[in-house]
Design a protein around this ligand. Structure first.
Ligand SMILES: Nc1ncnc2c1ncn2[C@@H]1O[C@H](COP(=O)(O)OP(=O)(O)OP(=O)(O)O)[C@@H](O)[C@H]1O
Length: 855
């Protein structure tokens, strides 16, 4: 075959690579990680590395690309962010003492779902890894944030809902059970792959001792299995201590207000749909949290509003308490600003990656707790008891304070970490160091005196240590015997003396021992942190919760939100509600607040009014108020009485200004269908101009049929905006439907002014042409459109229902009989044509015939 045999190193490489075929293998070679073969070729391209070759001149040169090990993290991040995996291969023994090939092994597999975001900084993002286990009936789903240890599991019936949960959690990687025969898994892998998720597999869903400790609280066997699957994958890939993982918590999706990704997007819930940034979203507006943990929790709450009135009120009670204790809140938030990411610090302690600076961050965070407690004690009973629960962990904070210097280096091996007075051995080494350094400092003066050489210097460098430097001209003045030559330079000679050597070795030894001992003590302190992980995690949760609730009180104050009240009467009664994000973009006082009233007997508002008048804003506003209320926040209104909703469905033209194609109409209908099938009398539905994506007849017919279906079968509270004015007649037929419209006035010059005010009754006209005029379309065009419209209005539109005929027949937009009878013939004729076989003359003749038919 002509292929030269692999070198021992490449044999070792191939053995490792075989186990991780889908990962980039970062193979440690001295100060570099090397990529080989295909990894090198692709890696060089993705990471802009120089592609070289090992054994360049041999028959089979091996492509190779190197990464300095100290810069590896950036390169790893780039690959993992693009959905790749990276296997880190380290030398498992000291190359200097190894016999033969240095042993190497994978120490960690970094994947999109296991990547550690940020350090202990201010990172408000979670990074979740999920596992899915399907059976005949349903899916079990577990997920974890490795950087915080949060572990959750649930059961979901439909695949679409699984996907939706993954999207909501922004999961990037999913673990499936490796079982080739189980076609469902393969199918699932494909479907997940199509969603852009990285799919990983794991061979076992059996829980070993460590794993069963984390799954033992789970009553449901499938949930326990999927959690074991997830954890097995983690323990296999991470290969380190993961004691920070908290026992799995099972949750019921029914406990939360349900809405899907389209709704999150339609409402700009956690990011602005246009910019994909947090600013311009509801989350951006309400996030006044001061800690990373609080930021993450706030987002979790917003994505999962509650359904239990008591739980909601529990949160609202604390927001109220904070709202009426302005100074307590402000002082608390000042303390919160000095709290680092306790969740991630705990995790890093468990994994043994916590560095001395992070220990100090932990100490500073803990030392903010007593202040928080005493501030909260000044608040009412709710706040003071919340403060009372906080554990300042004075023992741990005290230990770190005593042991670790205030401004330690990041490195753990080079000393200068431990405070003087903490350990007598370290103090001894330091004393030896100081004494010898003093001796050295004195040496220059003494040597100058004894030799009479005033330019003599005592110096230090890495290779030779301490030495005495004398210029060439003065060398002869040195007495014989005592000075041992070390190095000759052009103009100078360097010497050592027996005393210098002795002091130097004392310094070296003291330095080495001190560094070792400092490391030892540092590890002891870190172990103490690890032993306190549960306390630390409890504290982190409490602090995060206080941070979120104080933030909600802040927002309530600064944006004039009020506490909502809940009713079992199925009534929505909002006085002067506002869309908080739209309002924040306008000048003060410009936003027009609106009431929303749907009493017990009203299930639907049909909303008419010109384009741009504010229909969508009004609809979105209601959904946002409902979500805020159920997450435990105050709401943007003067007052708000609400039922507790179970689900929210929205069909809002996200692509309002795009021409809708057939497929977009399909999406529109699919979204409508979801609401029709799943909404209950406790749901909220927002349908914005449903049906406009198809021909007028179809669209209006469908819109009407949907309204009637909702009225007959679903009874969900619904806002339905439409341009089909004819539909407003439905309110006469159905007691549960009311008409409202967004007001607009035409001035004397015919120019339209939007009032943004919701008013009772249907809109008097549609103003589409006025809006077009406002958009600056040519005057002649506008005049033409006005003519066409008046022609249509006089000719063929009838929409006056009579009370005898059924509603479905009453509100047809056009009277079909009135449509030109010739149309049928015209269409029939068109159907007969085969364009491919026609000559240009045939075509002209046909056109003439058609024209005759029309006249
Ligand atoms: N209540 C309000 N107060 C002040 N300005 C508002 C209000 N509601 C809407 N607006 C302004 O009007 C703009 C258009 O609002 P919106 O998109 O809700 O109109 P629309 O009636 O749904 O239009 P279309 O029918 O074209 O979709 C908003 O971007 C906002 O600037």
């Amino acid at each position: 075959m002509g292929k030269t045999a692999d070198t021992p190193m490449m044999v070792q490489y191939h053995e490792i690579k075989k186990q991780y075929p889908d990962a980039f293998v970062f193979y440690r070679l001295g100060d570099f990680y090397e990529l080989f073969e295909d990894d090198a070729v692709l890696g060089a391209k993705l990471l802009e590395l120089t592609l070289t070759a090992r054994n360049k001149n041999a028959e089979n040169p091996v492509p190779m690309a190197g990464i300095p090990h100290h810069a590896a993290q950036n390169y790893i991040d780039i690959l993992v962010d693009q959905g790749y995996k990276v296997a880190i291969v380290e030398q498992m023994e000291d190359p200097a003492v190894a016999q033969g090939m240095v042993k190497r092994d994978v120490v960690q597999l970094i994947t999109p779902g296991t990547k550690m975001l940020g350090g202990a900084g201010n990172d408000k993002q979670n990074n979740y890894l999920a596992a899915i286990l399907p059976d005949d009936q349903r899916f079990s789903l577990s997920y974890i944030d490795l950087s915080t240890g949060e572990l959750k599991v649930t059961t979901i019936k439909r695949f679409e809902d699984v996907i939706d949960e993954l999207r909501s959690l922004e999961v990037k990687e999913v673990v499936l059970l490796k079982n080739d025969e189980q076609t469902i898994t393969l199918q699932l892998a494909n479907q997940l792959g199509e969603e852009g998720l990285v799919v990983s597999t794991q061979e076992s869903a059996e829980a070993n001792a460590t794993v069963s400790f984390l799954t033992k609280g789970l009553a449901n066997a499938s949930e326990a299995s999927v959690t074991a699957l997830l954890l097995n994958y983690l323990f296999d890939t991470q290969r380190r201590n993961l004691e920070h993982i908290v026992p799995a918590e099972s949750y019921e999706r029914l406990a939360y207000l349900k809405f899907n990704q389209d709704t999150r997007t339609n409402l700009d819930l956690v990011e602005n749909a246009r910019t994909h940034k947090k600013s311009g979203s509801l989350l951006g507006l309400i996030d006044e949290t001061k800690t990373a943990m609080g930021g993450r929790l706030l987002k979790q709450w917003l994505l999962k509003p509650l359904r239990d009135i008591d739980d909601i009120n529990h949160r609202l009670d604390v927001v109220s308490a904070f709202q009426s204790a302005f100074f307590v809140r402000g002082a608390l938030q000042d303390h919160l600003k000095s709290v680092y990411d306790l969740e991630r610090l705990a995790a890093r302690a468990a994994m043994g990656t916590m560095n001395p600076r992070e220990l100090v961050q932990l100490k500073r965070s803990l030392s903010a707790i007593p202040g928080m407690k005493s501030v909260l004690a000044e608040g009412d009973i709710i706040l003071s008891s919340a403060g009372g629960e906080l554990d300042a962990m004075a023992d741990l904070a005290g230990l770190i304070d005593e042991a670790i210097v205030d401004d330690p280096p990041v490195s753990v091996r080079e000393g200068d970490l431990i405070n003087t007075g903490f350990d007598s051995k370290i103090d001894d080494y330091r004393r030896v160091l100081t004494e010898n350094q003093q001796w050295l400092a004195q040496l220059e003066t003494d040597e100058r005196a004894t030799t009479g050489i005033n330019t003599l210097k005592v110096k230090y460098n890495k290779n030779f240590g301490f030495f005495i430097e004398v210029s060439r001209a003065n060398v002869a003045k040195l007495p014989e015997g005592r000075y041992e030559r070390r190095q000759t330079l052009t103009n100078a000679e360097r010497f050592v003396t027996p005393e210098l050597k002795e002091h130097e070795s004392l310094i070296n030894e003291a330095q080495l021992k001190r560094a070792e001992r400092e490391y030892e003590l540092f590890v002891t302190v870190r172990e103490r942190v690890k032993a306190n992980i549960n306390r630390l995690q409890t504290l982190a949760r409490q602090v995060a919760r206080l941070d979120v609730l104080a933030s909600l009180a802040d927002v309530a104050d600064s944006h004039r939100f009020v506490r909502p009240t809940f009713t079992n009467d199925n009534v929505i009664d909002i006085k002067q509600g506002r869309h908080p994000v739209v309002e924040s973009l306008l000048a003060t006082g410009e936003f027009v607040a609106n009431d929303v009233l749907l009493d017990q007997d009203t299930s639907m508002q049909l909303i008419t009014g010109p384009n741009m008048a504010g229909k969508s804003t009004y609809m979105r506003e209601l959904a946002l108020i409902v979500m805020l209320a159920q997450m435990g926040s105050f709401v943007p209104a003067d007052s708000a009485v609400l039922p507790v909703f179970d689900q929210i469905f929205t069909r809002i033209g996200a692509n309002d200004d795009m021409a809708m194609g057939q497929s977009t109409f399909m999406v529109e209908m699919a979204e409508a269908n979801l609401a029709l099938q799943e909404a209950t009398a406790h749901s909220l539905i927002l349908f914005d101009e449903l049906g406009r994506g198809t021909a007028t007849y179809d669209g209006m017919a469908l819109a009407q049929a949907i309204i009637e279906y909702l009225d007959a079968h679903v009874h969900a509270k619904t806002l339905f905006s439409t341009h089909y004015h004819e539909l407003t007649a439905l309110a006469n037929q159905h007691a549960s439907i009311v008409n409202v419209h967004v007001g607009a006035v035409e001035d004397e010059a015919g120019k339209l002014h939007f009032l943004h005010q919701i008013q009772v009754g249907p809109a008097d006209k549609s103003y589409g042409i006025h809006v077009a005029a406002l958009a600056g379309l040519p005057e002649t065009l506008i005049a033409n459109a006005t003519n066409i419209l008046s022609g249509l209005e006089q000719g063929s539109i009838t929409s006056q229902p009579t009370s005898e005929t059924p509603a479905s027949q009453q509100v047809a937009l056009f009277n079909v009989d009135a449509v030109d009878q010739n149309t049928e013939k015209l269409l029939a004729k068109l159907d007969q044509i085969t364009i491919a076989t026609m000559t240009p003359l045939d075509a002209l003749n046909l056109l003439a015939d058609l024209k005759k038919l029309r006249s």
